[in-house]
Design a protein around this ligand. Structure first.
Ligand SMILES: Nc1ncnc2c1ncn2[C@@H]1O[C@H](COP(=O)(O)OP(=O)(O)OP(=O)(O)O)[C@@H](O)[C@H]1O
Length: 285
C-alpha cells in the first residue's frame, strides 16, 4: 500500500455546518488538488488532517499512522503551508529560521540555504518586507527543509499574481519529480490544477462530490450542447447541471459515453474545464 494519506468516513459538525462522511486517499509521489466553493469545508478538512481540530467521527491516517498514537511522528514528516504568514514579521528571515529550525528533528540547513538561493529570498530582510509571493516561498522553503514527505497547503496561490502563481506551481511540480513526496493543496483557482494536479478532490456543502484522477475526470465529464427538443424527463437525468436558452441547452454530464449513446449524434460534446465542472455542479445542486 502506497497511500501516504487516507481519510475515511470523516465527519465534523459545527453549529451551522456539517462535514459529512469524507473519504479520499493520496498515493506517494502525486499532487492532489482540493477544490470547492467558499464555505464548502476545505479549511475544516485540512485542519482535521493536521489534527488542529477534533473530529467527531472517522479516521485519518497519515503515513499509515494515527494521530492518537503518533502525532509527533506524523507532524515531523508534514510540511504545512497556509495562507496567512505565521512568522515573526519584525524579525529577519534568518532570525525566524533560527527560531523555527530547532522544532524540527530533521532540519537540513544546507537544503534550506539552497531553497533560499533558488527562491531568491534575502535572509537579511525582515519578513514584513517580503512580498506575499516571497512569504509563500519562504513558507515552502521551511516546509521543504525538514525532510517532509507530505506537503499540505491551504490556498497557497491565493492573492498571488500570475507570475508568482506559475512559479509556485512549477516549484510544486518539481518537488514531486523524485516520486518520494506528495502534495495536497486547496485552491479556488481551478486553472492551477489543470497544470499540476494528478488527482482532484471536489467538496461541496460538506460532502465530497468526487475524488478522482484528473485524466479520469476529463475523460468522463463533458459539456453537452443540443436542441431543446432533445430534453425530456429521462434525458435530463444525465446532467449534473443544465442551462437553457432560446436556441438550446448546455449541460454538464458525468458520463459522456452513455450520453453519446443516448443522443446518437445529435449533440455536440466539448471538454469541460475544472471550473465548468465546479460551477455546473454547484449550481445544479
Ligand atoms: N470553528 C468554527 N465554528 C463554527 N463554524 C465554523 C468553524 N470553522 C468553520 N466553520 C464553518 O464551517 C463552514 C466551512 O468553512 P471552511 O473554512 O472549512 O470552508 P472553506 O471551503 O475553506 O471556505 P473558503 O474557500 O471560503 O476558505 C463555514 O460555514 C464556516 O463558517
Amino acid at each position: 500500500m502506497n497511500n501516504i494519506l487516507e481519510v475515511s468516513n470523516l465527519s465534523k459538525e459545527y453549529k451551522d455546518f456539517k462535514l459529512k462522511n469524507i473519504n479520499f486517499s493520496l498515493e506517494k509521489g502525486y499532487i492532489m488538488g482540493f477544490i470547492g466553493p467558499n464555505g464548502a469545508g476545505k479549511s475544516t478538512t485540512i485542519k482535521l488532517m493536521m489534527n488542529l481540530v477534533n473530529k467527531d467521527a472517522g479516521e485519518i491516517k497519515v503515513f499509515g499512522l494515527d494521530y492518537l498514537q503518533d502525532e509527533k511522528k506524523i507532524k515531523s514528516r508534514i510540511g504545512f503551508v497556509y495562507d496567512e504568514s505565521h512568522y515573526y514579521e519584525e524579525l529577519t528571515v534568518e532570525k525566524n529560521k533560527k527560531i523555527i529550525a530547532p522544532f524540527y528533528r530533521h532540519w537540513d540547513e544546507n537544503t534550506f540555504q539552497e531553497y533560499l538561493n533558488r527562491f531568491d529570498i534575502d535572509p537579511k530582510k525582515k519578513v514584513k518586507q517580503l512580498s506575499k509571493g516571497t512569504k509563500m516561498k519562504f513558507s515552502l522553503a521551511v516546509a521543504l527543509s525538514h525532510k517532509a514527505d507530505l506537503i499540505i497547503m491551504d490556498e497557497p496561490t491565493s492573492g498571488l499574481d500570475p507570475i508568482f502563481r506559475r512559479e509556485i506551481l512549477d516549484i510544486l511540480y518539481s518537488i514531486i519529480q523524485d516520486e518520494t513526496k506528495s502534495i495536497f493543496f486547496s485552491t479556488h483557482i481551478t486553472t492551477d490544477l489543470d497544470k499540476v494536479a494528478d488527482y482532484i478532490t471536489f467538496i461541496d456543502n460538506g460532502s465530497i462530490v468526487f475524488s478522482k484522477s484528473k485524466d479520469e475526470i476529463l475523460d468522463n465529464y463533458g459539456l453537452v450542447k443540443g436542441g431543446l427538443d432533445l430534453l425530456n424527463d429521462k434525458t435530463k437525468d444525465f446532467f449534473l447541471g443544465l442551462r437553457k436558452n432560446a436556441f438550446g441547452f448546455e449541460g454538464l454530464a458525468g458520463n459522456i459515453h452513455e450520453v453519446r449513446k443516448a443522443f446518437n449524434n445529435n449533440i455536440i460534446i466539448e471538454k469541460p474545464t475544472l471550473e465548468d465542472i465546479m460551477v455546473y455542479t454547484v449550481r445544479g445542486r
